[in-house]
Design a protein around this ligand. Structure first.
Ligand code: CDP
Ligand code: MG
Length: 829
């Protein structure tokens, strides 16, 4: 069977080559391309554009004179950005690059792009301008475009539109487009000089996201070739100098905000003021030990920062002792532990505010959704804070329903104190106007990347000074406020000025693929011209990964697979799975797996029904030893149930989220269209799914996609330690690892396969594997790594390392046999 598939693969890889040479274009080209109508007669075209420009001017005039338009204008004039409008337009007209900073809420995102649009329309160039404003998050691109369209007196998709991955609203006449940074990068893929674009505005550059840093390198390179193009960088913090000097001393401009003064209090002030009872801290040694363990695990770049913080923490403890108390309370539960968030301390401060302070909403910054949830439960149990007639406790997160959202922005009635628990999302992305008190735990969950161990980590880490200032500023929107920083001042002093750029703390595979497909030359050379270049080791890891999966050849050139992967807006491993699902005609289940991995797990585990929920999931995985196949079965069952109008009941019975399943359903369709557009699948569902019931093949394709995962995926060997229960796993990089409790493989007594492939490993103290699928030796040998024709020897070499490490040399023999057979097949072809 495997030989048959290999033969088929070779044929299909051939057809991949053909479709490449036929010059097939990326799926989204139609949406990325310039929206000009196709008119070949240039005189006629000019006339049309002129006429349209005049129409636009008239339209704008009418709107400004309408009563609604006037009201809108009045609001817009009240924003701090308005005072700078003329100066801004002047700097833009006189310089190719400018850097703007201004506090959150001053009107950068909604006003500045609009000023350009309006002035172009006013000047009779409305139909000629083409402004692109990038946003780091989908949600802000969408909501900002809605707002700006409304301010402009139009429906979304007319002059103002948006485009995010796989979704958009823009028309032929859209002149101002809000898009995610990724969308602009993909447009650059097909249109390297951004033909027709007049202004590029890159927003929220202070966040230093990977895509933004990448975009800046590409734009810096493009500017000399497009002297008419204008680049505007916008930032919420005052580090404009860094960007200005990157662009050869581009002028900077600051928009003063209108926040009221906020008094900052650090832990020592809070303790003094609130009369916290404390007893000597006696666990410094424990902490010291843990610290050194952590140190060893950190990559070089983190070492410095961590040790600074660690010594500040020690100083803090000394200061505290000197004052006659330490940071541990008598009840000991509520210690200030530098490694965790003290719920009791937060509770204490909140009680103090509710009892003693003036009216005003409270915003609490936590690290993540888990913390927010447990804190909310914890506070609900409190007699004062849980009293709904006095306190309204709300949690704020990205996927809030609109009713929840409304509550967060509304003022509660009857003297009820609103307390909002939020993540760092509330630092810049959203603004709650009536906040007077901010409680800042000092940490944020940050992805970091440990290049030495090649592992992504998701650990709460200390925020930067810029973030702490930003958090503080959230208390002064409508009147003066108070900010409670729940850490000592000397710890704050040791914070970095700014957060480490994402480029320095994430795996770089997708980025490297993009560099190659944009033909930007040598990967390491290109990245060395970044604002802050990543470590060479991280770059090397990414390049090695792309070679292993067959996206780059030995000489770092893009392979056919690599080019296809760069056209799919998903991680390379998911893209590879999609492509192989299409090649091997087992499309439907693979679409489900990839969509599931891109959305989130539809299996829900309510805290009070853990066992029932786990057994429901286990039921789907019966005999499969695979979280991915369990998802496929659950999804298929849901589709059947939906067809009989029983979807809701099905979800309820099986502990599934119908909302997530619906999201998966819609993403599947989008992935299918992408594959169709690059010519990999036909319209004939029967052909596409000829082998969809072949579970071994599905495992093999999942293995091909997930192997070996620079960020995550490695093959693990299962060693039975105790027949009853524990399954010991290890990976080549990490040694022993654990499975998440929610994995179906985490609860089975025995797995009748020698290997697991997994999508994600994540370090939260110990290394955990999330979803996994059990696979056999031959699946690993034939599908793990690069199965295209050029890479067999490299494949063996690479696999050889694994086989040796896991003490399975006999598999190399099996491999040689398989390899010989494959080579014969190739020769025949
Ligand atoms: O980008 P920046 O943080 O400087 O501000 P902005 O997003 O342009 O928002 C300026 C003001 O517009 C905010 O203070 C809000 O009052 C208002 N706004 C709104 O009412 N609805 C939105 N969706 C976005 C902004
Ligand atoms: Mg903004």
């Amino acid at each position: 069977l495997l030989a048959h598939f290999s033969n088929m693969a070779i044929k299909r890889v051939g057809s991949l080559d053909d479709s490449l040479h036929n010059g097939s274009i990326p799926a989204d080209e139609g949406i990325y391309g310039h929206p000009e109508p196709m008119i070949h007669n240039s005189v006629a075209k000019e006339k049309i554009l002129q006429r349209r420009s005049l129409q636009l001017r008239q339209q704008q005039q009418d709107w400004k004179e309408s009563s609604e338009g006037k009201k809108m204008l009045e609001f817009r004039r009240s924003l701090p950005a308005f005072k700078e409008k003329d100066a801004f337009l002047k700097v833009v007209s006189e310089n190719q690059v400018i850097v703007i900073s201004g506090e959150t809420g001053c009107g950068k995102t909604t006003q500045l792009p609009q000023y350009i649009l309006e002035s172009e329309i006013e000047a009779g160039r409305g139909a000629l301008c083409n402004i692109i404003c990038t946003q780091p998050r989908r949600i802000s691109a969408i909501s900002v475009s809605e707002r700006v369209a409304a301010e402009h007196g139009e429906k979304l998709g007319e002059s103002v539109g948006y485009k995010v991955r796989l979704e958009g609203m823009r028309g032929r006449d859209t002149r101002l487009l809000f898009c995610t940074t990724g969308v602009l990068l993909r447009r650059l893929l097909v249109d390297r000089s951004l033909k027709g674009v007049t202004h590029v505005i890159v927003d929220e550059i202070h966040e230093r996201g990977m895509n933004e840093d990448f975009l800046l390198i590409v734009l810096k390179d493009l500017l000399p070739r497009r002297p008419d193009l204008r680049l505007i960088l916008m930032s919420a913090t005052l580090n404009a100098e860094l960007f200005s000097s990157y662009f050869d001393g581009a002028p900077t401009m600051h928009i003063p905000g209108f926040t009221f003064p906020v008094r900052a209090q650090f832990l020592e002030d809070i303790l003094e003021r609130t009369g916290y009872r404390l007893t000597p801290y006696n666990q410094i040694d424990d902490y010291g030990q843990e610290k050194s363990w952590k140190m060893q695990k950190q990559a070089q770049s983190f070492k410095k920062r961590k040790s600074q913080i660690a010594s500040a923490v020690e100083d803090a403890l000394e200061v505290a002792d000197y004052k006659g108390y330490s940071l541990r309370t008598k009840e000991s539960m509520s210690c200030w532990n530098p490694d965790s968030i003290g719920f009791n301390l937060i509770e204490h401060v909140l009680c103090h505010i509710v009892k003693n302070e003036r009216p005003g909403a409270v915003l609490v910054f936590m690290t993540g959704w888990d913390d927010i949830h447990s804190l909310k439960d914890h506070l609900h149990a409190h007699p004062l804070l849980g009293d709904q007639s006095r306190v309204l406790l709300l949690a704020c997160h990205g996927s809030m329903s609109s009713t929840e959202q409304k509550l967060i922005f509304e003022n509660p009635e009857g003297g009820v104190r609103k307390i909002v628990l939020a993540t760092n999302m509330a630092e810049t992305s959203i603004t709650i106007n009536d906040v007077v008190f901010v409680v800042d735990c000092g940490k944020a969950k940050e992805t970091s990347y440990d290049a030495l161990n090649n592992t992504p980590c998701l650990l709460p880490s200390w925020i930067s000074k810029a973030a702490a200032r930003q958090r503080k500023g959230r208390a002064g929107r409508v009147q003066s406020g108070e900010c409670y920083h729940l850490y000592p001042k000397c710890v704050y002093d040791a914070f970095d000025d700014y957060q480490l750029p994402e480029l320095l703390r994430t795996p770089l595979q997708s980025l490297c693929l993009q560099i190659k497909s944009l033909q930007l030359g040598s990967i390491s050379e290109f990245l060395s011209s970044a604002l802050q270049p990543p470590e060479p080791l991280s770059v090397q890891n990414a390049v090695d990964y792309l070679k292993i999966i067959g996206a780059l050849d030995e000489n770092e050139n893009l392979t056919v697979l690599g080019r296809k992967l760069s056209m799919l807006p998903v991680e390379p491993k998911l893209g590879k799975m999609l492509i192989l699902g299409a090649i091997f005609n087992c499309l439907d289940p693979i679409l489900t797996v990839v969509a599931g991995l891109s959305v989130r797990d539809p299996f829900v585990v309510p805290a009070d029904k853990k066992d029932l929920a786990e057994s429901a999931k286990g039921h789907f995985a019966a005999g499969a030893y695979s979280d991915h196949l369990a998802l496929v079965r659950a999804y298929d069952g849901w589709k059947d149930a939906e067809a009989q109008q029983a979807g809701y009941e099905y979800c309820w019975r099986n502990f599934l989220s119908s909302q997530t399943l619906r999201a998966i359903d819609s993403l599947r369709k989008q992935f299918f269209n992408l594959l169709k557009d690059i010519g990999l699948v036909s319209n004939n569902s029967e052909t596409n799914n000829k082998w969809s019931n072949e579970e071994h093949l599905l495992r093999a394709v999942i293995c091909a996609g997930l192997f070996p995962g620079i960020s995550s995926v490695v093959v693990v060997q299962i060693v039975m330690q105790n027949k009853e229960k524990s399954i010991a796993l290890k990976t080549m990089e990490d040694g022993p690892v654990l499975l998440y409790a929610s994995s179906v493989n985490g609860s089975v007594p025995k797995i009748p396969y020698p290997w697991l492939v997994f999508n994600e490993k994540i370090k939260v103290n110990t290394v955990f594997l999330r979803d996994s699928t059990a696979i056999s030796d031959s699946m690993l040998l034939l599908f793990g790594g690069n199965i295209s024709k050029g890479g067999l020897d490299g494949h063996l070499k690479m696999l050889g390392g694994y086989l040796e490490f896991f003490m399975k040399p006999e598999l190399a023999k099996t491999y040689s046999t398989l390899k010989r057979e494959l080579e014969e097949l190739i020769q025949k072809k």
